[in-house]
Each structure stands twice: as structure tokens, then as C-alpha cells.
Design a protein around this ligand. Structure first.
Ligand code: SER
Length: 315
């Protein structure tokens, strides 16, 4: 029987992942933890506890006490926020990972999911249809920490048999919990502002293309990777995950199909340089072949779902 720990359950990914895992593995077998309070639904459907992943002893104790077999470690400072506190962000992101790797090695929680990101690529990487294996010279703190993390994950797999699994998430778009401090956050904010104010001031320029994915697809694929037969996994660093690619202008045009008066202005800030260093589109054929990565949402389905769900929530 699997017993699962999710670290970072109050964040954008965690808040949806926990609920999905509970449907499959049973409410009581999915332990949600964070350093901040979770959404109500998480508290109501199963165990929640405050747990700081930076506290190694407590983490190890938790894994042993609850007989945990799988860990999803989603705790991280995102790209935009990390640039404001570079050393602290490096320390938090790396220590959070190293603690879970070590705790996995020393307990029976051998299976570990850790998210990497399109931020592992940099300005010298081919920008279009970025291959799985390519030049990687990230120039953001977040990207450097994600690339280092992938290397450490693979190292712990080879050296200590930790069952490390990871994907390089594109920007993730959801309506339940908003992201905090990322470069792709505009693609979530724009929908909320469209419903609330019928206008949006975008912090990226109109033709900045980035890879994005709807949260439902991201969650289903994450669980699929974790369920995959280990023999099918040719990679133990992190798999490219493409989703769809679009620009702020394209998403605004899509919103206008539903709200013809929606207006957008552009005022790029420091996150423009981050976006410019990332791929515009990604080749994820290795993940499709190895474990069946798929996606169901294109830009149209994504936009209509986001607008409908946010409207429903607000009214
Ligand atoms: N969405 C993340 C960010 O913008 C990228 O992984 O920081």
C-alpha cells in the first residue's frame, strides 16, 4: 500500500495534486504538509500538518512515523521572487531538495517526485522546439537551482537507488490557487483580471512566447510518471514537458472571443529578461515515448475553461 507525503500542499501545484492523489490512493494515505495553511478542501479531506522541509530531523521523523513510501516535494521559491533574494532562494531551493533526497535514502520513502522547470534552459539554448538534451546555461538563480537539482536527483538514483522522477514543467495555469512570484504567472493573472476588470496590464511584452500547460494535464501527467514502470524510464534527470506555446497577445485574442471588450496593455518589467532567456517551445518526444506523456488542453479549451471556472468562483 502506498503512503504519500506531499510537501508544499498549499501552493499552486500541491493544492490540486493532493486532491487528485487522495482520489486514487485514499484520503488517509495522502499526507499534506506545508509551512502555511492549506486551502479548506485539503484540511477537510485528509491529514494535514505544518512541516518545514528545511528541518531535516523532523522530515525524516515524519517519513518513518507514517511509513511513507512516496514523496512529492513541491517547495520552492519561483523565478521572479528568487531574483530578489538570490542567495536565500538558492539556499531554500537546494536545501529543500537535498533534505528529501537524503531522507529518501535513509527511509523507505524511496520514490521521490521533484519538479524541474523550463528555467533550466538559458539564452544559449536553442529557443524553438528545445530538445531534451541540449546546451543548458541558465542565468537565473531559480534556473541554476533547478539544473543543479536535476543533476543531484540523477546522482542519488545512480548512487543510492533513490527512485527520483522529475519533469521540466512549463508555465502552469490554474484557477484554484494562484502561483506566486513566477515569470509565467501573467498567464494566470490575465484570466482573473479579465473577469474582475475586463482589462490587464501585462509584465511581459506582447510577442513573448512561452510553453504553458493547464493544471489538469500537469497533474495527470505527474501521477502518470510516478506510476510508470521504472524500466521504461530512460532518464533519471528530468523530462521535457511542452504543453502548448503562446504569447500574451494570443491569449488576449482568445479572451476577446468571450469578452470582446477586454483590453490589454504591456509594461514589461524585470521578468521580461527571464522570459527572453527561456525556450519559446519544447520538444517532449522522449517523455511521450518513455511513459506516455499526453495533453488534452489547447489554447481554446484552456481559455474557455479558465474564464468559466473563475467566473463561477467569483459570482
Ligand atoms: N512557472 C515557473 C516560474 O515562472 C517556471 O517554472 O518561475
Amino acid at each position: 500500500m502506498e503512503r504519500i507525503l506531499v510537501i508544499g500542499c498549499s501552493g499552486q501545484i500541491g493544492s490540486e495534486l493532493v486532491l487528485e492523489l487522495r482520489k486514487t490512493y485514499g484520503n488517509d494515505n495522502v499526507f499534506a504538509t506545508d509551512i502555511k495553511d492549506p486551502p479548506e478542501e485539503i484540511r477537510e479531506t485528509g491529514p494535514f500538518q505544518i512541516l518545514d522541509v528545511l528541518d531535516y530531523k523532523n522530515l525524516l521523523h515524519f517519513l518513518v512515523r507514517h511509513n511513507i513510501t512516496q514523496v512529492y516535494n513541491l517547495a520552492a521559491v519561483l523565478s521572479g521572487n528568487a531574483e530578489k533574494i538570490p542567495l536565500q532562494a538558492w539556499d531554500i531551493n537546494m536545501r529543500a531538495l537535498m533534505n528529501t533526497l537524503q531522507a529518501a535514502q535513509q527511509s523507505s520513502a524511496k520514490k521521490l517526485f521533484w519538479p524541474s522547470s523550463i528555467a533550466v534552459f538559458g539564452p544559449t539554448t536553442p529557443r524553438h522546439n528545445t530538445p531534451q538534451l541540449t546546451v543548458m546555461e541558465p542565468n537565473t538563480v531559480y534556473g541554476i537551482s533547478k539544473l543543479a537539482g536535476e543533476r543531484w536527483g540523477e546522482y542519488f538514483f545512480n548512487k543510492y537507488g533513490v527512485d527520483f522522477r522529475s519533469v521540466r514543467y512549463p508555465g502552469l495555469i490554474s484557477y484554484k490557487t494562484e502561483p506566486g512570484g513566477g515569470t509565467t504567472d501573467y498567464a494566470v493573472e490575465i484570466f482573473f483580471e479579465a473577469i474582475k476588470n475586463n482589462s490587464y496590464e501585462c509584465f511581459l511584452s506582447e510577442n513573448t512566447a512561452l510553453p504553458m500547460m493547464f493544471m489538469d494535464d500537469a497533474i495527470k501527467n505527474t501521477i502518470k510518471l510516478m506510476d510508470a514502470d521504472p524500466d521504461t524510464l530512460s532518464l533519471r534527470s528530468s523530462y521535457n514537458m511542452a504543453g502548448m506555446s503562446f504569447t500574451p497577445k494570443q491569449i488576449a485574442d482568445e479572451i476577446r472571443k468571450h469578452h470582446p471588450d477586454f483590453s490589454i496593455t504591456y509594461k514589461p518589467d524585470f521578468r521580461q529578461a527571464i522570459a527572453d532567456s527561456w525556450p519559446a517551445s519544447i520538444d517532449d518526444s522522449v517523455a511521450r515515448k518513455d511513459w506516455g506523456l499526453f495533453d488534452e488542453f489547447d489554447i481554446e479549451k484552456l481559455s474557455s475553461t479558465m474564464l468559466f471556472k473563475i467566473e463561477e468562483r467569483i459570482t
